[in-house]
Design a protein around this ligand. Sequence first.
Ligand SMILES: O=P(O)(O)OC[C@H]1O[C@](O)(CO)[C@@H](O)[C@@H]1O
Length: 233
Amino acid sequence: MKIIKVKNPAEGAQKAFDIYQDALNHGVKVLGLATGATPIALYEKLSDSTLDFSNVTSINLDEYLGLDGNNEQSYRYFMNQHLFNKKPFKKSYVPNGISENHEAMAVQYDQIISENPIDLQLLGIGRNGHIGFNEPGTPFTSTTHVVNLTQSTIDANARFFENESDVPTQAISMGIASVMTAKNILLLAYGADKADAVAATVNGPITEQVPASVLQNHKNVTIIIDEAAAMKL
Ligand SMILES: O=P(O)(O)OC[C@H]1O[C@](O)(CO)[C@@H](O)[C@@H]1O
């Protein structure tokens, strides 16, 4: 794991931007993308840049079940707002939150991933060490699947909703094995509330109780963290 410590999220976004600029200069074809507050500053930089994503395919990590792409709280909407509306991709895949058959859609999504091998996977991390919506206890062998969100995740994400009862309790998420197929992984984490998860990810035992700890088994992981998120390393 390559760890890049930065002073603050703004510096982190610049370091991450440089990685994407380099990836595009080297002909990256498929980007795995993430949502949440952490990548917003990076997406702003990418959106305001001259970088061209029109030959790039994107595959997003996760989507809330029950929300269609026009719902302002859906991750499809989030991606459109923060990146795709300004930077069109050749094709952008986000799990379908309102499919007729979620299990069948999950199998289809894994097919998309196998047909479009991810060159660079962006990750945030949950306070409980989740990646995507893979909560503690998710098998490392998991592929794209329906997940039940923990109260910790519902509480953390409630800030984006009118009231907590509006927060979906289920999501569809690339599994941990799906994420690990990526050739390169870039994890961003900022703030003191991520310090425990970062320490467990980097130095802790590799355990399904901390989903992100699986990254210790991946040979090309870069972690960008600010001083607050790094304070327990
Ligand atoms: O960047 P945030 O908002 O702290 O979210 C952290 C993680 O939680 C999720 O939003 C899922 O709850 C992930 O997609 C994200 O990586």
